[in-house]
Design a protein around this ligand. Structure first.
Ligand SMILES: CC(C)(COP(=O)(O)OP(=O)(O)OC[C@H]1O[C@@H](n2cnc3c(N)ncnc32)[C@H](O)[C@@H]1OP(=O)(O)O)[C@@H](O)C(=O)NCCC(=O)NCCS
Length: 239
């Protein structure tokens, strides 16, 4: 399902339960020791998804441990993102040479708990959500905005290893299944992204969002013309 909102070059794997075997490496198991059964199961299934996605890039299974700020430490040259919520787990990866930032998030397609929207959305964003609800009632636009911001955070953090608050991004959602995020933290680190483009999907009681920045290939060099310009070679240089 999530592949529908990912650009080419991004590999993905998802699961809707924790029933398939999902063995952990000893380092991963140690990390989960003492954690609740639900967290352990989600962590393990998400790791299995990550290993399947990495295998599609030709990479062998290896421990996937948290690094700075909780972001997964992907193999060198890889970007990726993980999400889990009730009834859904997914991992996506891509070659860093092709995709520079990647973030995904999954949420139940239900309204946010009372009081949360005010913490995550500006007055302008809330007004936009009301317009979207008038245009297309029945969709949980508040939860979608929240999910989009979570995906933005997961794409933002690994490149700069700095906190980004909910007020530091302005998300504009299109009812056609896309969104943009303008990033305006008070003190942006040098080279920090200033904008992300994302996509969203609502299906099977789930709401999925993704953010991906695809590296634009360098423009091709202009063709060299072996034919000398008229008169170009019949004058000595500096003549
Ligand atoms: C970190 C956070 C985004 C996780 O989102 P969530 O909806 O709670 O949980 P999800 O299941 O979707 O995602 C959890 C996964 O996110 C990943 N993750 C955690 N911290 C991360 C970080 N700093 N950067 C990138 N990915 C991170 C991990 O892979 C984690 O799974 P794992 O622990 O099994 O490896 C969220 O808890 C959080 O701290 N949000 C506040 C910051 C924010 O969203 N700001 C908005 C900016 S516009």
């Amino acid at each position: 399902m999530i592949e529908e909102i990912l650009p080419p070059g991004v590999r993905s794997s998802e699961a809707f339960d924790d029933l398939a075997p999902a063995p952990l490496f000893p380092e991963e198991a140690a990390l989960m020791a003492g954690r609740r059964a639900r967290r352990r199961a989600q962590f393990a299934t998400a790791r299995a998804c990550a290993r399947r996605s990495l295998a599609e890039l030709g990479l062998a299974p290896a421990p996937l441990l948290p690094g700075a700020g909780g972001a997964p430490r992907w193999p060198a040259g890889v970007v990726g993102s993980i999400t889990h919520c009730d009834g859904y787990r997914a991992a996506v990866v891509a070659r860093a040479a092709e995709v520079t930032a990647l973030g995904i998030d999954a949420e139940p397609a239900e309204p946010l708990p009372r009081g949360v929207l005010g913490l995550v959305a500006s007055a302008g964003e809330r007004a936009a959500l009301e317009r979207l609800a008038d245009e297309r009632p029945g969709l949980c636009w508040d939860r979608l905005l929240f999910s989009a911001k979570e995906a933005v955070y997961k794409a933002w953090y690994p490149s700069v290893e700095r906190w980004l608050g909910f007020a530091d991004a302005t998300v504009r959602i299109s009812p056609e299944g896309t969104f943009t995020a303008r990033l305006h933290p008070a003190e942006p680190p040098p080279g920090a992204p200033t904008r992300f483009d994302g996509r969203w999907l609502v299906r099977k009681g789930l709401l999925l969002t993704s953010v991906a920045t695809v590296r634009t290939p360098a423009p091709p060099l202009p063709p060299t013309d072996p034919t000398p310009l008229p008169g170009a070679l019949d004058r000595p240089v500096n003549a």
